[in-house]
Write a protein that binds this ligand. Sequence first.
Ligand code: NAD
Length: 481
Amino acid sequence: MAKVTVAYGDGIGPEIMKATLKIFEAAGVELEYDEIEIGEQVYKQGHTSGIKEEDWEKVVNNKIFFKAPITTPQGGGYKSLNVTIRKTLGLYANIRPVKSLHPFVQTKHPKIDMVIVRENEEDLYAGIEHRQTPEVYQCLKLITAPGSEKICRYAFELAKAYGRDKVTCMTKDNIMKLTDGLFHKTFDKIGEEYSSIKQDHSIIDIGMARVADTPENFDVIVTPNLYGDIVSDVAAQVAGSVGLAGSANIGETCAMFEAIHGSAPDIAGQKIANPSGLLMGGLLMLRHLGMAESAVKIENAWLKTIEDGIHTGDIASDAHTKQKVGTDDFAQAIIDRLGQEPAQLKGARATSSSEPMKLGVQSQKTEVKRDLDGVDIFAFEDDRNPDTLGGKLKAACADLPLDLVIITNRGVKVFPDGKPETFCTDHWRCRFMKRESASTITGSDLIALQTAVNGAGVDIIKTENLYTFDGDRGYSLGQGQ
Ligand code: NAD
């Protein structure tokens, strides 16, 4: 029997977890539960991640974690438990199904039925930020080839397993041609293996607008971390289901399942919380564990309960509620309907493929020839005259195999021949390229250049090497270059 780590969490967590597990039991779900304590009390005992070391071991050993919401105490020093879990366990895919339950749950979009597959580890969320000068801060956006492959493959495998027709990729690769471009290209490449599934790409801004306007046209959406964070909240909000949605965080060996709402301290202990969000997270877990039949049975009973007008306070309405109930009675109503199907709402999706999902990196790694072309030296200079800086740098590299070709400020060319109108900060990107007369350049040449630049009194804050890969430029050109 599969063993699952279970945490009851804070606030309404224990109430909704008990209700959910009671429904599982009644549906004949065979799981063994290994209970741990997480959240507010654990933080306050001095565990800054909200979990004790011995419990962390259980999470890792059991591999599957079913987690009720927790309260993160206010104040400094506490780390987000979710971020710790996601990063440490390598949970690269965040899966959020979004479905409207019209007319029982209010929405302007009655026909939404989509899944958002969000990359969960990379992008701007790698957490690599620096203050480089008094005026300028940076956050590194990292998109990797294996990370993009894993998430795109997950999206296609999910579509295949659930009989979904279309996967839409969303990026901003018209601007970020290398990073988002890699994600988009990987989507196209992996997509070739799934020719029976429709596939398209949308620039994130118009894509997000369409999700808000005509969400019923989307099926599966796959997108990098930051866009995914936003688009999944937009989708849940337009479906009216923020309080009813579950989410899965999937890694190569471990996975975590939860509700998307928080611990709702304002209603904790009153036994009125809606357990649906956690239940939906739990159903994603059952499907992940190969128990799709139980998941379908429970989801249909849940849909029938809602359709029968048995509602918790958060979704109750004069028009559609016949009986307003608390957490336990809502769970009991679902149990009473196990084996029934909704008449009006669309029933749960059966898993259409019995094959296990083919996940992870499947592409063969190929040798890539990498050649050094030059270097960007980023400098701090409070004097805002680019010609003075350019003159100093030209002189500094005169005897070296690298020449200064351009200086940009916030990506805009300011030397040579800059425009006096361009606003300049104290942060300069100085691009040196291999001179035509030099056959190759090496790391030693870059060090000699840095020594010369430093000797000219220019304050270097960082350097970034410029490479070609199999002859393709691995860096963007400065605006105006
Ligand atoms: P929240 O989601 O807990 O509550 C927002 C509102 O929705 C409240 O009015 C609440 O009563 C209501 N609500 C939420 N879930 C409900 C349910 N199941 N049934 C009925 N009503 C429900 O958000 P918040 O108030 O911003 O956050 C409270 C705490 O939860 C904070 O400490 C926050 O850090 C934490 N939080 C935890 C998680 C998590 O563990 N994954 C996620 C989000 C927030």
